[in-house]
Design a protein around this ligand. Structure first.
Ligand SMILES: NC(=O)c1ccc[n+]([C@@H]2O[C@H](COP(=O)([O-])OP(=O)(O)OC[C@H]3O[C@@H](n4cnc5c(N)ncnc54)[C@H](OP(=O)(O)O)[C@@H]3O)[C@@H](O)[C@H]2O)c1
Length: 308
């Protein structure tokens, strides 16, 4: 049994880099997939501080790794080290996956595909729908692009810092139709919800994420049975935002599907093959939930002080 867990002697190295990195679920996800599909890779987490990034990128360039995932705070900083950037990553302005290819080290962003596949898996159609997107960071930018690709009727952006919402709107203006993309001020979001009742709400902010699990970007009374409510936060899986939406009868989708499918898309890039995970999806979910409980229980208890 143990031998199945060991990488092959000739396995090519893959890694996720970030600062901090101990909480990352990517090693558990990728090593589960690598074992299942019997791929010649070994995947590890590397704690890379900003000052160590140039050296890390040089190691990648010299062939020590077949590819890497990139997480906070390096998703934008890596852009200047790359030989090529795919069009999705260019539009988002951030890279979460790098592949060492014959033409050099190439940056991708698999969050858009991850989100699209998670919508598909949940049976959620976006075309013609009206959406509220809370947040304007990297995850929001991936969500906006996914919603434009799937032809949402209206996308309303709402972020605590108004200038970041405006920047996001401006950078996608060329891909959006007239009035398809709008912004509203953060303090107005509850009144806007009461008046407008969108079909779908997506929380892309970090509100409600461990350890500040009591925080939620919207109060319970704005949800209704007709809505689909999505939270990209996956730690915890059932945020207060999703719990209150579900209690009001809304359909809810958590962030685990996006996490799984963006990882599968990265592994497809490195392995150059299509990976069908339908038969193992629930096992992957269970493995990640187990790993997350383990990570959370290893952490020091923290008090919640984050508010909307
Ligand atoms: N499921 C997945 O696969 C997946 C993928 C990517 C990200 N995520 C999750 O999505 C969340 C955001 O990630 P990101 O990469 O977009 O981070 P980010 O670029 O740092 O953006 C953070 C966002 O949260 C907002 N925010 C933070 N604290 C807030 C508060 N107290 N009140 C109101 N807004 C607040 C920020 O608003 P300001 O601009 O005003 O600071 C910003 O819009 C994280 O929880 C992350 O784990 C999930």
């Amino acid at each position: 049994m143990l031998s199945a867990l060991r990488p092959r002697p000739s396995a090519q190295k893959l890694a996720v880099i970030g600062d901090p990195i101990a909480h990352s679920l990517s090693p558990v996800l990728q090593n589960f997939l690598i074992r299942h599909f019997d791929l010649p890779f070994a995947y590890e987490a590397l704690h890379i501080r900003p000052a160590e990034l140039p050296n890390m990128m040089q190691r990648l360039r010299l062939g020590e790794f077949g590819g890497i995932n990139v997480t906070l705070p390096h998703k934008q900083a890596v852009l200047s080290y790359l030989d090529g950037i795919d069009s999705t990553a260019k539009k988002i302005g951030a890279v979460n996956t790098i592949a060492a290819e014959t033409t050099g080290i190439i940056g991708y962003n698999t969050d858009v595909l991850g989100l699209l596949r998670s919508f598909e898996a949940a049976g959620l159609a976006i075309a013609g729908k009206r959406l509220l997107v809370l947040g304007a960071g990297g995850a929001a930018r991936a969500a906006i692009l996914a919603l434009l690709i799937t032809r949402a009727r209206q996308i309303v952006l709402c972020n605590r810092s108004p200038e970041r919402a405006e920047t996001a709107m401006m950078s996608f203006a060329n891909y959006a139709g007239r009035d398809q993309l709008q912004t509203i001020a953060w303090p107005d979001r509850i009144v806007w919800m009461e008046k407008n009742m969108p079909d779908i709400i997506i929380n892309t902010t970090s509100l409600g994420m461990h350890p500040h699990i009591d925080a939620s970007p919207l109060p319970h009374h704005v949800f209704s049975q007709q809505m689909t409510v999505i939270d990209l936060v996956y730690n915890p899986l059932q945020t207060v935002f999703l719990q209150t939406a579900r209690a009001a009868g809304a359909k809810t989708i958590n962030g685990l599907g996006m996490l799984i499918y963006q990882g599968v898309a990265a592994l497809e890039l490195w392995s150059q093959q299509k990976l069908d995970i339908r038969s193992i999806y629930s096992n992957v979910e269970k493995e990640l939930q187990r790993a997350q409980q383990q990570i959370t229980s290893n952490e020091q208890p923290a008090t919640s002080n984050q508010t909307a």
